[in-house]
Design a protein around this ligand. Structure first.
Ligand SMILES: Cc1ncc(COP(=O)(O)O)c(C=O)c1O
Length: 400
């Protein structure tokens, strides 16, 4: 009997996001009555700050229930442009260069779909967030992983990019602070990457969703180091810094013709991002002091948890880790728990969850087998207990 394909070749190869799959398994175990420590989710555990929630309630009462312009309400785009210009070393960002999207995920997908196509290659410093590879391939381009070295926090150099470039290369996806490593590129490292991309006329998509969650002040953004931005798309959003994952507000900043294409694409798919959520996002730009204080308080708490987790991980014979200077992830090498195994990270993560009740994401999800990612967006006690169990399992598995 011939099997009839049920979906088209557009999505036949697509797998569900591995990070979401881990959370689902953790939820299923919880439903069976198991106590699970979930260090899998990439989601702040804080509530959205009160002043933002109140702004949304007010906006609803005032009628923010209808369609807006596809690219988002003008005051929000003006505010995003003004904020971008504060640290901007290149051409001024105008409100017409800003497209508000349904989460930064949509901005990233739309940028990949609008800029890349069949036969194009896109360089992805690796490890990287799982969805970049899929988004590039949904655009029918080829994702080309560019592995960094663990010793330099997996940050890649211009030389690394050059070594993987061909005459089909069209772009590069950057992400600083990085999910899954927490590594932060310095301004001078970014300058080198941007210079090479400009010379080669590559598109640069810079995912800056974790920029404000950095432990030595906000991480350098691409607009502060680039000279020109005609081939740069900067993506950012509310989800991580403001604990607003469910509100689904992100944006892209691009040269006006690119912004128009992104808007056209969006006009045939989702139209505007949710109206009331746009007004909630606007409040974070209007009430800067409160917004900055809210972010600073959350970042201080993440730092406390990071330091506590590092203290447990860095005991004698501790595993190799990337020192996280931003975001809320720790990337841990567990390849010594399964020497000879092709993917010791997945085997380790499965055992850690099923036998010890701790959910982490296998590094394979970020194209780096042998490692696991844990999120410290959970209470300090939870994080420390999860890391202790991870270390205990590793100790039991590492051959002596
Ligand atoms: C690197 C990175 N970019 C983008 C996103 C998507 O964020 P949003 O909720 O704004 O769509 C995530 C979420 O996990 C992420 O880790």
């Amino acid at each position: 009997m011939s099997s009839t394909p049920v979906v088209s070749s557009n999505v036949a190869q697509l797998r569900e996001s591995a990070t979401i799959a881990v959370s689902q398994r953790a939820r299923a175990l919880r439903a069976q009555g198991r106590q699970i420590i979930d260090l899998g989710a990439g989601e702040p555990d804080f509530d959205t700050p009160g002043f933002i929630r109140r702004a949304a309630q007010k906006a609803l009462d005032e009628g923010a229930t209808r369609y807006t312009a596809v690219e988002g309400i003008l005051p929000l785009r003006e505010a995003i442009a003004a904020a971008a210009n504060e640290a901007n070393g290149c051409e001024r960002v105008m409100p017409g260069d800003v497209v508000v999207t349904t989460g930064s995920k949509q901005a990233l997908f739309n940028a990949c779909f609008a800029l890349f196509g069949a036969d194009d290659e896109v360089l992805i410093p690796t490890p990287a967030w799982t969805s970049y590879y899929e988004m590039v391939e949904l655009a029918r381009a080829d994702a080309v992983p560019v592995p960094g070295s663990p010793e330099s926090g997996f940050r890649v150099t211009a030389d690394d990019l050059e070594r993987h470039a061909t005459d089909r290369t069209r772009g590069v996806m950057l992400n600083s602070p990085c999910n899954p490593t927490g590594a932060v590129y310095t301004a001078s490292e970014l300058t080198d990457l941007v210079r090479l991309a400009a010379e080669r006329r590559w598109w640069v998509i810079s995912d800056e969703i974790y920029r404000r969650i950095a432990y030595d002040g906000p991480a350098a953004g691409l607009l502060s180091v680039a000279r020109h931005r005609e081939r740069i798309v900067v993506v950012d959003g509310m989800a991580k810094a403001f604990a607003m994952t469910g509100w689904r507000i992100g944006w892209a900043i691009a040269a006006a013709p690119v912004a128009r294409s992104l808007t056209a694409l969006q006009s045939h798919t989702t139209s505007n991002a949710t109206t009331v959520a746009q007004y909630a996002a606007l409040e974070t730009f209007r009430r800067r002091e409160e917004a900055d204080a809210a972010v600073a308080a959350m970042v201080a708490e993440y730092r406390r948890r990071r330091d506590a987790a590092l203290a447990v991980l860095r005991v004698a014979r501790g595993p190799a880790i990337v020192r996280p200077d931003g975001a809320f992830y720790l990337f841990v090498n567990v390849s010594d728990t399964g020497p000879g195994l092709e993917d010791a990270g997945s085997a380790f993560a499965a055992r850690l969850l099923e036998e010890h009740g701790v959910a982490v994401v296998p590094g394979a999800a970020f194209r780096t087998p042998g490692w696991v990612r844990l999120s410290y967006a959970a209470s300090l006690e939870t994080v420390v207990e999860g890391v202790r169990r991870l270390m205990a399992l590793r100790e039991a598995m590492v051959p002596r």
